[in-house]
Design a protein around this ligand. Structure first.
Ligand SMILES: Cc1ncc(COP(=O)(O)O)c(C=O)c1O
Length: 475
């Protein structure tokens, strides 16, 4: 296919100049009825292209989706305007029903737990591997998957996250083959992987590895607007009609055309110039790593230490200089206008993508030099009260499904009295949005300690009905 074309952008451009009497939605009628100050800030064209699904845009949308499938190597692609959240839920609704069992990585995003509330399936959580020296989640290993598949051969599907928030990818080629040998489809939440497959120095994409359904947040690491994602289908284990049916339930009936146009051009950019642009991004990553690693005690791991790493993700270990990622984030953000993606108790994670420049890297390195001078000379303190590992292997088989818990009667009790009870809420540090405690899991002391430590350090716990975490809802 001609990857240089952008059918949706081309169709939209024709609409820029069409002069007609608009009696359709949205109500601002191509910007004529919108707040003038907003127009002066945003420009007129954005409103002229904020169009509904007009009949003559249907074909260009289908063509743009076909080009995306071609560029990424899938058999069919769907543009999503409600993020990978919608894609993760569509994958779950399309493959599992009420009462089915699904094997799902315990490092899944909260969107997957919501998907399980929708489909009523029983999750069997797959524990993830853990690298203690970097407090790093390595995702599910092929050995773990095989072990659990032997224990649960009656499951309907396998869902994994790859890459994870730290850029660590799983051995998806092996895991697709293992899942398929049990006649199960492999669904991959590749929200952080829309750039994979376009450069030989990056890990391969989930589609290249043979996954059946893959969702990618094009907006996170490629060049499309926030909330735009693509869902891909490969092979014939899952019928495209099952996806259409799930999307009928999940999608807005008014998808945003601007988001879809941005997906069309982001696909063109990746397909035509991706390799060249990613070469520059990878160069920036290399430069940042080598300069940051020169700061005493600071460490940024790379592919040398974590071979399945996407090198465009930078994780700076801040515990080595005696401060939490939250403290480092606060300082860099408020004092030097350097904004990270995610702090944790031990790290600060930065996303590098096509939009970053050498100047950004200089500011980042300068920021850490300043941070080290100001704060990096404290005695090394013990920063992590509980290592993630205990949490990741604890609760692999919940007692109730997320759906049963969501609709169950719950009581609010003091968190100190909640140990051993079943949680009626999912609690996730945000980012990354991975529940430390899922709906239906038993509450453990380690989980509570970890959540409290994150809150004390300045982190945000998403999903908590009591933001202070003094009380919690239990079934
Ligand atoms: C692993 C993972 N999956 C899914 C999502 C949801 O993606 P979106 O924000 O595109 O809805 C996220 C968001 O951060 C994520 O990290």
């Amino acid at each position: 296919m001609n990857q240089n074309s952008a059918p949706l952008l081309e169709a939209a451009q024709r609409y820029l100049h069409i002069d007609h009497a608009p009696f359709y939605m949205p109500g601002h009628k191509r910007g004529q009825g919108i707040d003038p100050e907003f127009v002066s800030i945003m420009g007129e064209n954005i409103f002229r292209l904020d169009l509904p699904e007009l009949p003559d845009l249907e074909d260009p949308i289908a063509e743009a989706e076909a080009l995306a499938a071609d560029a990424y190597g899938s058999d069919r692609a769907w543009f999503l305007t409600n993020g990978s959240t919608c894609g993760v839920q569509a994958m779950l609704l399309a493959t599992c029903q009420y009462g089915d069992k699904i094997l799902i990585g315990r490092n899944c995003h909260k969107a997957a737990i919501a998907g399980l509330v929708l489909n009523g399936a029983m999750p069997v959580y797959l524990p993830t591997d853990y690298l203690p020296e970097f407090d790093l989640d390595l995702g599910v290993s092929p050995e773990t998957l095989e072990l659990f598949l032997n224990l649960h051969p009656d499951a309907k599907a396998v869902m994994l996250v790859s890459p994870n928030y730290f850029g660590v990818c799983g051995d998806l080629t092996k895991m697709a083959a293992i899942a398929h040998s049990f006649n199960m489809p492999l669904l991959v939440d590749a929200a952080h992987g829309a750039h994979l497959g376009f450069h030989p120095d990056l890990p391969i994409s989930a589609i290249q590895a043979g996954a059946d359904l893959v969702v990618q947040s094009t907006h996170k690491v490629a060049g499309s607007l926030t909330q735009s994602s693509i869902l891909h289908l490969q092979g014939d284990r899952i019928n495209a009609k099952q996806i259409d049916r799930a999307l009928q339930i999940l999608r807005s009936s008014s998808p945003n055309l601007l988001l879809m146009i941005s997906l069309d051009v982001a696909r063109r950019q990746m397909a035509v110039n991706g390799k060249e642009l990613l070469t520059e991004t990878l160069k920036l990553g290399k430069a940042a790593r080598s300069q940051l690693n020169k700061i005493p005690n600071l460490h940024v791991f790379s592919k040398r230490e974590v071979p399945t790493l996407d090198d465009t993700r930078l994780t700076v270990m801040t515990d080595c200089i005696g401060i939490t990622g939250f403290e480092a984030d606060e300082y860099l953000h408020t004092q030097l206008d350097v904004m990270a993606e995610m702090p944790t108790l031990t790290q600060l994670v930065f996303i590098l993508s096509l939009g970053n420049t050498e100047t950004d890297i200089d500011r980042l390195v300068y920021g850490f030099q300043q941070l080290f001078n100001k704060k990096g000379k404290k005695e090394n303190r013990k920063l992590v009260p509980v290592k993630n590992y205990e949490l990741r292997i604890a609760n692999y088989q919940p007692k109730l499904t997320p759906r049963e818990v969501y609709f169950a009667k719950s009581d609010r009790i003091h968190i100190n009295n909640a140990i051993g009870r079943i949680s009626a809420e999912s609690l996730c540090p945000y980012p990354p949005g991975i529940p430390l405690l899922c709906l239906g899991e038993e509450i453990t002391l380690e989980t509570v300690k970890m959540l409290q430590a994150i809150l004390r350090s300045g982190g945000i716990i998403n999903g908590a009905s009591d933001e202070t975490l003094e009380t919690i809802l239990v079934v």
